[in-house]
Design a protein. Sequence first.
Length: 94
Amino acid sequence: MNSDWWDREDWWKTPEWKALRRECLRRNNYRCVRCGVHKPNGKGLTAHHVIPRDQGGPHHLDNLITLCPPCHDLVEGQGLYNKAAIIACPDRMS
């Protein structure tokens, strides 16, 4: 794997990121780890960086979890940066 792909401005377009995203979705059985929504083809799911990239979070599988868009927005909005807090976070979207 090319070691500097994560420094690119368009890192999400690289084959390396696409492969890592697929691996994350597959590991989580194509389900959002918060609400359990299932998307068998992975479309509509996000490979979310638990520790954000701008805070030094790596592009590694152990820093990624699968979230659906509403859960991703909730997690981002509440600034949750660890897996336990993300999974246990109560819904405050209503």
